[in-house]
Design a protein around this ligand. Structure first.
Ligand code: ADP
Length: 389
């Protein structure tokens, strides 16, 4: 039997999975629309669509329940293979967990206590891990944290200007998208050796969006903070704004904490500004002035934050774009890079229109590239490394 390692990424209504032999993806897929209109899809090693797990006979009502649909499906599609471990994306490792760890009931309890810090992600990430611990306690599971890569950030960057007792209790910047940035950092020596040891800003621009300042491949600053709300505006999240606005909403609009949470996470960002869609494709295709305004605001804030992170780095050698928008939306990349001319970026418009991978002219002082991210591969590598120790 050939050993296979699975990678699981569970959200509020979806369960995404990949199964690897070595670093080769044998199978990947997802169960989504859980609790709404559940569906499943999958691809084999050749990238061809194959039927996903059966979600119709007994529709799962949560991602944890959806986990139970995997074993019977895997028996059919992974015949001759032996599932030896599972790696999971866990959004928050809190102040104590700076590297991936083997799951134990004790670790799960500790991570569950961090749910307050990431209420929209953490409980959903943990539920399938607990379900598998009950279902198949002998399968080793590894938790990989989106915060871990940012543990190298210095106090001056990490701490907020709040009373120190609160900082000591863990109220500080954590940063997210760490698995994506770690993957990008791991690619730099091979794909862009000229800037790998230098000062690079990686831009993970997807439905969630952030920037990370890398120096010699280590995180020194990032735009997301205590929660995944800070920094850049996103599909439906506000990004940074005056905390006084929260007070205003409570005191003058009578909004409760729950309503403000819904507002900041689900009704702001591109959706709020455009009133049209949270999806950048819809906005780019639209002629409506509101769609153009939303994109202009996004571009402005990305460029402004690139300036801030360049200051944190003390200069800039490279910019790397990744995730759905960063990898595909040439118009948004061009607009951002044009606004970075003052930093020494010389845009190669034709290369950018062709999605790179290099987006700048040979004489450009700052090199810009597209590198597709692969968070699952990062989780796989961590899972293997933890099992080997
Ligand atoms: P997440 O993983 O955070 O859900 P992704 O990294 O998949 O998000 O990015 C989703 C975003 O990328 C969506 O807003 C989508 O519109 C945008 N996107 C994907 N492909 C394209 C494209 N070809 N052009 C413009 N935007 C794109």
């Amino acid at each position: 039997m050939n050993p296979v390692i699975g990678v699981v990424n569970a959200g509020s209504s979806s369960l995404k999975f990949s199964f690897y032999e070595g670093e080769r993806s044998l199978l990947s897929g997802q169960i989504d629309g859980i609790g709404v209109r559940v569906g499943s899809r999958a691809k084999n090693a050749a990238g061809q669509s194959i039927p996903g797990p059966d979600v119709l006979t007994k529709p799962p009502s949560s991602p944890a329940e959806a986990v139970a649909l995997l074993p019977p499906w895997l028996r059919g599609v992974l015949d001759g293979h032996d599932l030896v471990a599972l790696g999971h994306r866990v959004v928050h490792g809190g102040p104590r967990h700076s590297k991936p760890e083997r799951v134990t009931p004790g670790l799960l309890d500790e991570l569950a206590a961090l749910s307050q810090l990431a209420p929209l992600h953490q409980p959903h990430n943990l539920a399938p891990i607990r379900a598998i611990l009950d279902l198949a306690p002998d399968i080793p599971q590894v938790a990989c944290f989106d915060t871990a890569f940012h543990h190298t950030i210095a106090d001056v960057e990490r701490n907020f200007a709040i009373p120190r007792e609160l900082t000591a209790r863990g109220i500080r910047r954590y940063g997210f998208h760490g698995l994506s940035y770690e993957y990008i950092a791991s690619c730099l020596p091979r794909l862009t050796p000229a800037i790998a040891q230098g000062r690079v800003i990686a831009a993970h621009l997807g439905n969630g969006a952030s920037l990370c300042a890398l120096h010699a491949g280590r995180s020194v600053a990032t735009t997301m903070g205590f929660s995944a709300l800070d920094g850049l505006p996103m599909g439906t999240r506000s990004g940074e704004m005056d905390p006084g606005l929260v007070l205003y909403l409570m005191q003058n609009e009578g909004m409760s904490a729950k309503e403000i949470e819904d507002f900041l996470y689900r009704r702001c960002g591109m959706l709020g500004v455009s009133g049209i869609s949270s999806d950048f494709r819809d906005l780019l295709e639209s002629d409506a002035p509101e769609a153009r305004e939303a994109i202009a605001l996004f571009v402005h804030r990305v460029a402004r934050n690139i300036g801030a992170l360049a200051a944190a780095l003390g200069g800039l050698d490279g910019i790397v774009f990744t995730a759905g928008v960063g990898e595909n939306a040439a118009a948004i990349r061009a607009a951002v890079l044009e606004r970075c001319a003052w930093l020494g970026v010389g845009l190669d418009a034709a290369a950018n229109a062709a999605n790179g991978p290099c987006l700048t002219t040979p004489g450009s002082r700052v090199a810009a590239h597209v590198i597709p991210t692969d968070e699952n591969l990062m989780i796989l590598r961590h899972t293997r490394a933890v099992l080997e120790t």
